[in-house]
Design a protein around this ligand. Structure first.
Ligand code: GLU
Length: 448
């Protein structure tokens, strides 16, 4: 059987971490199975759906490297939905309801106060023709519900294992609004059938929806696809995802946090699985190691610090050739290979190169707390041309002539040369700064 999956975002907002994880899991599964990936835009809610969100979602997916083989918009399929809705009405699986939202909310409250689950009571099935005529005369239009069979519903979930529901424990889902427009549930099922979807992968917040969908597939004469419901992401303490990163869109993570797409994917692909979280510079190894059965049913804990650690590691592992264009784009085409290799082990975000470039090219404010030692260091500077060994030769000599070692030997030099107490390895940095500036900084000349 060839695999066909879909990722089905609603274009009512940006792509966030949680949804991006579902997209990534779906995509990795698909690519690991040589499958076909459908991007389905769930835009039946015409009021809340916006073209700019649709574009932003596509842009975020593309940036993450998640391509699709086919795209469909639900708004273009309304005629097809009508056809299937007619069929379900004729076969007695849809029924008209006239309750207002206020009446429904009252019913729910009264059920809850009596300790009963808030399941729709099917009062609409008892309406007499006179009562219906009265509602219609008042100008009420019905919404429509799908009539669930009160029978067991079961499936073998690729992540959750055996899942069991009873139709009688669920409310008949509303599938058509008062204005006649179809809602997500039925449209999703009709699409999954028409597009030949073999595996539906989505968040566990959809598990009870799936139970009702299973009966819709059957009512439309189709065999339900396979299902996998991934556990949602929680913060490190197991609570709801923090405002800080959890509420951030992928676009914010790119633009405001300066994260690399592979830092996000490296984390999201392995979070909540039995595989270790590692920094990857391409999606390939994630495809190769992907297996739905490695995902846990327990919520996946998201630690923001981890994503920055991965980001730093990925930048460190990125070859100069692969970063050149990005450096150009941030106006740092002047960073060459040796400079990149000196700087990259010290940055957390690409934009940090700017700080290191400033240290190298100046001006810096040298910190000179031991002028005699620094004067000695200036006198002992090795002759040019310098190599990566120059730093070692210089400090070995200083060790000999001053008897200094360790921190007392290195720190004053670092502070004089960079104006800071931490930073890139000095052997590489020394070359970046260059002989002229090194001399100026050691003699504390301004604008060095
Ligand atoms: N538009 C739905 C959502 O974003 C799709 C769920 C599904 O995958 O069926 O939650």
């Amino acid at each position: 059987m060839s695999v066909k999956v879909r990722f089905a975002p609603s274009p009512t907002g940006m792509l966030h971490v949680g949804n991006a994880r579902t997209a990534l899991i779906t995509w990795l599964f698909c690519r690991s199975q040589d499958g076909h990936f459908l991007l389905r835009i769930d835009d039946t809610d015409r009021e809340r759906s916006k073209a700019e969100y649709e574009e932003a979602i596509e842009d975020s997916l593309t940036w993450l490297g998640l391509n699709w083989d086919e795209k469909a918009n639900q708004k273009d399929r309304l005629a097809r939905y009508d056809e299937q809705i007619e069929f379900l009405k004729e076969s007695g699986r849809l029924y008209a309801c006239y309750e207002t939202p206020e009446e429904l909310s009252l019913k729910r409250k009264s059920q809850l106060s009596r300790g009963k689950p808030p399941i729709y009571d099917r009062a609409a099935l008892e309406l007499t023709p006179e009562e219906i005529a009265k509602y219609e005369a008042e100008g009420r239009s019905p919404h429509w519900r799908f009539k669930l069979n009160h029978a067991p519903i079961e499936w073998n979930d690729h992540i959750r294992g055996e899942v069991k529901f009873n139709g009688g424990d669920l409310s008949d889902p509303v599938v058509l609004r008062e204005d006649g427009s179809p809602l997500y549930h039925l449209c999703s099922v009709i699409d999954d059938i028409d597009f030949g979807i073999t595996h539906v992968i989505r968040g566990e917040d959809h598990v009870s929806n799936t139970a009702t969908h299973v009966q819709m597939f059957e009512a439309l004469g189709a065999t339900p696809p396979e299902f996998a419901h991934n556990a949602l992401i929680s913060d490190a303490e197991g609570g709801k995802l923090s405002k800080r990163l959890g509420s951030m869109s992928i676009r914010d993570l790119r633009d405001d946090e300066g994260l690399e797409p592979m830092a996000i994917s490296s984390l999201l692909a392995r979070l909540g699985t039995s595989d270790p979280i590692e920094a990857f510079t391409s999606l390939e190894p994630l495809i190769e190691s992907f297996d739905l059965s490695k995902f846990s049913r327990a919520s996946a804990k998201f630690d923001p610090a981890e994503i920055f650690r991965l980001n730093a590691k990925i930048l460190h592992d990125t070859d100069y050739e692969d970063i050149r264009q990005r450096l150009q784009a941030i106006g740092r085409a002047d960073i060459d290979r040796p400079s990149w290799e000196a700087i990259s082990p010290n940055i957390e975000r690409l934009s940090d190169v700017e700080d290191w470039w400033k240290v190298a090219k100046g001006p810096v404010e040298p910190i000179i707390e031991e002028p005699e030692y620094i004067a000695e260091a200036l006198a002992q500077l090795p002759p040019t041309p310098w190599t990566e060994d120059t730093w070692g030769e210089w400090t070995a000599k200083l060790k000999e002539t001053t008897g200094r070692k360790g921190k007392a030997l290195f720190m004053p030099l670092r502070q004089a040369l960079t104006g800071m107490a931490h930073g890139p390895e000095m052997d590489k940095l020394l070359l970046l700064i260059g002989p002229e500036k090194v001399q100026n900084r050691l003699s504390s000349k301004k604008a060095a």
